[in-house]
Design a protein around this ligand. Structure first.
Ligand code: OGA
Ligand code: MN
Length: 307
């Protein structure tokens, strides 16, 4: 069904994700269309815009900005080569050097980006984490390199009451040291110092829909007040529960696709591909959620009574 501004959402999976039709996101969008897109994000958590042609930097930034405020720049890893993209406002999600050559196996940026294959929520290691991420496909490999999304609202809903009781009110600590560390990434002294863990609630409440969701990410590596083994076991158990196939949509990319997800209610991960042989060029714009996640969770009266 089309809504009054002509947008149509066609579900891509029983639980989350829909294709959004009836809008050209390479052109400016009206506030009414932006509102309709927010409504779609609230309902589906992931929206796919099949454009057929990759957005220019200007188009991608304009589209993203019409939905909110871009995330500020953040401490990067120390990598030898300079930036590939013309602006730091887009994240370079590629296996390419500034000269568009394939990154060699031992390249730091490549090894760091390997962390995208772990289930995560973008910027959960920041005090103010991300709201939406919009990823645009410029070059895709002949096989592999899909992106998977897991619905963390469904994950919360399907927890049993004992587990809901156990996790509500818990605070996890997130840092890239935990996520990339599990893959053996070697941090410099400066990085170890810069990437201080940030506290995040383990259960979030969406400010518009009121739905609860688990807030998990491979960046989570501790639970405040818990011994480490118990904390890691709980995070692992919850992640396994949250990423069961029923809650997961897998996006098979076409050039020009823009996929936008709400980091507050989903996790995602990249699927492997032969990155030493084929280029994959994706560019991400990211909106800030505007306030620390802990703050608005604390305003929720009683998680136990709300379904
Ligand atoms: C991202 C990300 C996954 C992928 O852009 O934040 O995790 O499939 N991407 O490239
Ligand atoms: Mn990501």
């Amino acid at each position: 069904m089309r809504n009054p501004v002509g947008l149509k959402f066609s579900p891509l999976h029983p639980v989350l994700a829909a294709e959004c039709k009836g809008v050209d996101i390479s052109a400016p969008i009206s506030p009414e269309v932006a509102d309709a897109i927010h409504d779609g994000m609230d309902q589906y958590g992931v929206l796919v815009f099949r454009q057929g042609k990759a957005l220019t930097t200007e188009q991608q930034l304009r589209f993203t900005r019409s939905l909110g405020e871009l995330e500020g720049l953040y401490t990067k890893i120390e990598a030898e080569a300079g930036a590939r993209l013309e602006t730091p406002l887009l994240s370079d999600i590629s296996n390419l050097t500034p000269g568009n050559e394939l990154l060699p196996a031992e390249d730091r940026k490549r090894q760091f980006q390997m962390g995208n294959r772990l289930w995560h929520s973008d910027s959960s290691y920041k005090k103010i984490p991300a709201k939406y991420s919009a990823l645009c496909a410029h070059v895709i490999p002949p096989s592999g390199g899909e992106t998977e999304f897991a619905d963390m609202r469904a994950a919360w809903d399907m927890l049993d009451d004992v587990m809901k009781e156990k996790v509500k009110g818990l605070t996890a600590e997130h840092s890239r040291i935990f996520s990339k560390g599990t893959l053996g990434f070697q941090f410099t002294e400066k990085e170890l110092h810069d990437f201080v863990p940030m506290p995040q609630p383990l259960v979030r409440t969406h400010p518009r829909t009121g739905r609860h969701s688990l807030y998990l990410s491979s960046h989570a590596g501790r639970i405040v007040g818990w011994p480490l083994p118990e904390a890691l076991m709980l995070l692992r158990e919850l992640t396994e529960h949250a990423t069961q196939r029923e809650f997961v949509y897998r996006h098979v990319w076409r050039v020009g696709d823009v996929v936008m997800w709400d980091n507050r209610v989903t996790m995602h991960r990249a699927q492997p591909y032969d990155d030493l042989k084929y280029p994959r060029d994706m560019r991400r714009s990211t909106l800030t959620s505007g306030a620390p996640a802990l703050a608005y969770t604390e305003t929720v009266p009683d998680l136990a009574t709300a379904a």
